[in-house]
Design a protein around this ligand. Structure first.
Ligand code: ACO
Length: 328
């Protein structure tokens, strides 16, 4: 089997910053409430003319340059997102076209905030079995388009942005050592966007009822996320014979500071080994982990050969964890 790992990363955050003080003008909330309950101070918002594919493109171009890879070398483009440009065609196809990655297959992957983890696992396995050589795995969201700006329980949490990784062959012993993916569809009712699909197609009633926005029961999500991020991490680590003590760097999905901190403490990983950008970005779902990886890589937080643990949890419910030997 060919070892597969991350050859390069890229990310993009829209320029517009929305602070907690800005949100105080929109809903009945406070900087103090948002900061203590979520850790978020600000998040980014895409321009009206920017769709998810535009964010993808910026991150993808950076990742290709970082991996010293031309678009013609990419065999597969995966875009993990819950906010595609449109229902179809896939956002990944729009990105494939604009990148001129003419030899690549392309599809979208919808696994909530775990989407990048699912994409990384899939791409690395296809490379391992020789089905393809290089893949571009992107996580991107324009959450600002599906937020109910009258719901203070959700509008303060989410941000827009993109992260991308070029996944390809690496020397034996490096790259993705193991992963673990899971789901529990019973949790679907706690975090969802009710309308716009075949169950409730768009109508005047669904728009008036704000059914095209995020609906969330925060407490249920919170409890499940803490437990599962720990369990998924331990399972992925055990699959490659490692323990949390051997982790050099932890990149958790940036859902909420309390979820991340609870998972980190349960795993007994010291705070200096964990990456946090939630205060600047909010929760960017599928983009969260690739964006964090890119920022951590560029900040020199990960070194060649480091054992890196990734863990995510999201709508579905879905979850995933992966252990990597950093190959850059
Ligand atoms: N500002 C002020 N008050 C608020 C706000 C706000 N923005 N939002 C809710 N409140 C109020 C509620 O109305 C409630 O008031 P009440 O007691 O008078 O009824 C009170 O605060 C407490 O509400 P809770 O929902 O119990 O607050 P909680 O401590 O659970 O925090 C939160 C809410 C932050 C949403 C938390 O449940 C959470 O983080 N859950 C996980 C959410 C998440 O991360 N989702 C995404 C993860 S999965 C994924 O990434 C897709």
């Amino acid at each position: 089997m060919q070892a597969a790992g991350i050859l390069g990363t890229g990310s993009y955050l829209p320029e517009k910053v929305v602070t907690n003080q800005d949100l105080e003008q929109v809903v009945d909330t406070s900087d103090e409430w948002i900061t203590t309950r979520t850790g978020i101070k600000e998040r980014r918002q895409a321009r009206p003319d920017q769709a998810t594919s535009d964010l993808c493109l910026e991150a993808a171009r950076q990742a290709l340059a970082d991996a010293n890879t031309g678009p013609e070398e990419i065999d597969l483009v995966i875009v993990a997102t819950v906010t595609p440009d449109m229902m179809f065609p896939a956002t990944a196809c729009l990105v494939q076209d604009r990148l001129r990655a003419s030899g690549a297959a392309a599809f979208d992957l919808e696994a909530g905030c775990s989407g990048f983890m699912y994409g990384l696992a899939l791409a690395s396995q296809m490379i391992a079995t020789g089905s393809l050589r290089k893949a571009l795995v992107i996580g991107a969201e324009t959450f600002s388009r599906i937020i109910n700006w009258e719901d203070r329980g959700t509008c303060v949490l989410f941000g827009d942005g993109a992260g991308a990784a070029v996944v390809g062959p690496v020397p034996e012993g490096l790259g993705v050592l193991s992963f673990y993916l899971g789901s529990d569809g019973e949790g679907g009712k706690w975090l969802y966007q009710p309308a716009g699909g075949s169950r409730l197609p768009a109508s005047a009633e669904t728009v008036a009822g704000r059914m095209h926005t995020i609906h969330m029961h925060g407490n249920e999500v919170f409890k499940y996320a803490v437990r599962v991020m720990e369990e998924a991490s331990l399972t992925a680590l055990s699959r490659c014979g490692l323990t949390p003590r051997e982790v050099d760097f932890f990149v958790p999905h940036q859902a909420n500071i309390r979820i991340v901190e609870a998972a980190r403490k349960r795993l007994d990983i010291p705070p200096e080994k964990a990456f946090l950008n939630i205060h600047r970005c909010g929760n960017i779902s599928s983009a969260s982990i690739p964006l964090a990886l890119d920022e951590a890589s560029k900040a020199g937080r990960m070194h060649f050969g480091d054992t890196v643990l990734l863990a995510a949890f999201g709508a579905g419910f879905t979850w995933g964890a992966a252990v990597l030997k950093w190959a850059k």
